[in-house]
Design a protein around this ligand. Structure first.
Ligand code: TXA
Ligand code: MG
Length: 362
């Protein structure tokens, strides 16, 4: 691969649609995906920022070896500089150039990569990563994404891609390109947005710290903890009293209106929209995460439905209890954080208006 580019003028807020919409044929869509990967690779190598689809959520990517490009991610996301980024790599071999890959990591990589699992490992002191990407920590979070667009971009870029979720710090992660468009403006430094359609998993990756002997679950996510435990045995759960990264605090992933969890349909308050789950729910609910009670489908719908309800005229969101197994753990984690953050922000008390939206169906 020829990685030596002539200097390019970085585009501003350019969008490439690689989906099959607008009457495109399959061949056109494949060509668009190739063009997007080529363009995206060039922009990344030139120090620009590219929003791209992964199977979990959209990422906001920069060359992970370029200090200035990585700093720009923190600036446009308004992310605290002490919150390290996930470094995306093509495969295990590229990961091993950046981190000390141990036996447990190998086992997990074989079982779940490419996929929605991020591994925290000790950073190779001589490795090429920008210090800003890891917020100066001696560990690095690495992931091999499975999404074909993300894979194509990694191949064309030829460098590891540091990418947090492509949202403003603290807000819900984007699972569609339009969510990215709604969060950023032109002229802010986001050069290219690659639209690859909705993200199939819909919640962020599971993060497991394997830098020490006992694996620790830092964030439940797109790979169920039970599946990971079947490979490496019991996971320790992170000690919430010692926060090693701000992503581990509770005030994350929040819509802008109050959200209550574990609410039975009969306890919904006026003005609140109800999110339900499963077949036995009242039809008056605003939305159902999965009518068939499928937690994987519910995870894929979660952020899109929360965004759809986070709008003027809706005073609050109430969510019924969600089973805490499989992807339900990730769903409950995000909902608990959202509830904590919105409770902390809420000064107005419970919703007061007259049930404006509790009975619409989307
Ligand atoms: O699915 C995903 O993981 C998406 C896609 C784009 O890959 N990315 C994502 O990134 O969710 P972000 O930045 O929104 O969340 C990364 C989390 C943060 O909570 C951060 O604190 C944690 O990973 N993290 C990064 N490096 C870490 C490290 N060395 N030790 C512990 N936690 C780390
Ligand atoms: Mg995020």
């Amino acid at each position: 691969m020829d990685l030596i580019d002539t200097p390019i003028k970085l585009p501003d807020f350019k969008v490439i649609d690689t989906t099959r919409g607008d009457g495109r044929s399959g061949a056109d869509a494949a060509a668009a995906a190739r063009d997007a990967a080529l363009d995206g690779g060039r922009v990344l190598r030139a120090g620009g920022l590219v929003a791209f689809p992964t199977e979990t959520v959209y990422g906001l990517g920069a060359d992970a070896t370029n200090e200035r490009a990585v700093a720009r991610i923190f600036a446009i996301k308004e992310r605290p500089v002490i919150n390290p980024l996930i470094v995306h790599v093509r495969d295990e071999y590229q990961a091993a150039e950046l981190v000390d890959f141990n036996d447990m990591a190998q086992k997990l990589a074989h079982a779940f990569w490419p996929g929605a699992l991020t591994l925290v490992l000790n950073r190779k002191p001589s490795g090429p990563l920008a210090r800003a990407a890891t917020a100066g920590l001696d560990t690095v979070a690495v992931r091999v994404p499975a999404h074909p667009m993300a894979q194509a971009l990694l191949h064309q870029a030829g460098v590891p891609i540091a990418a947090p979720s492509a949202n403003k710090s603290g807000y819900l992660s984007p699972t569609q390109a339009v969510h990215v468009l709604m969060q950023f403006k032109d002229g802010q430094g986001l050069n290219l947005i690659i639209d690859g359609g909705p993200c199939p998993v819909g919640v962020e990756s599971t993060i497991v710290d394997v830098s020490t002997e006992r694996p620790v679950l830092l964030r439940p996510g797109g790979v169920a903890a039970e599946d990971i435990e079947a490979v490496v045995g019991p996971l320790a759960v992170r000690d919430t009293t010692t926060i090693t990264a701000p992503g581990q605090t509770d005030s994350h992933y929040a819509p802008s209106i109050p959200l209550r969890i574990n609410v039975l349909p009969k306890d919904r308050q006026k003005g609140e929209s109800l999110i339900t789950f499963g077949p036995d729910m009242p039809r008056r609910a605003a939305v159902n995460l999965s009518k068939s009670g499928d937690l994987t489908e519910a995870a894929a719908n979660l952020f899109t439905m929360l965004r759809a309800l986070d709008m003027p005229g809706i005073r609050g969101i109430a969510v019924v209890p969600i089973p805490n197994q499989g992807l339900g753990q990730a769903i409950n984690d995000r909902l608990t954080r959202a509830a904590a953050a919105t409770t902390a922000n809420a000064t107005k008390g419970p919703p007061k208006v007259n049930d404006p939206i509790g009975n619409i169906k989307i």
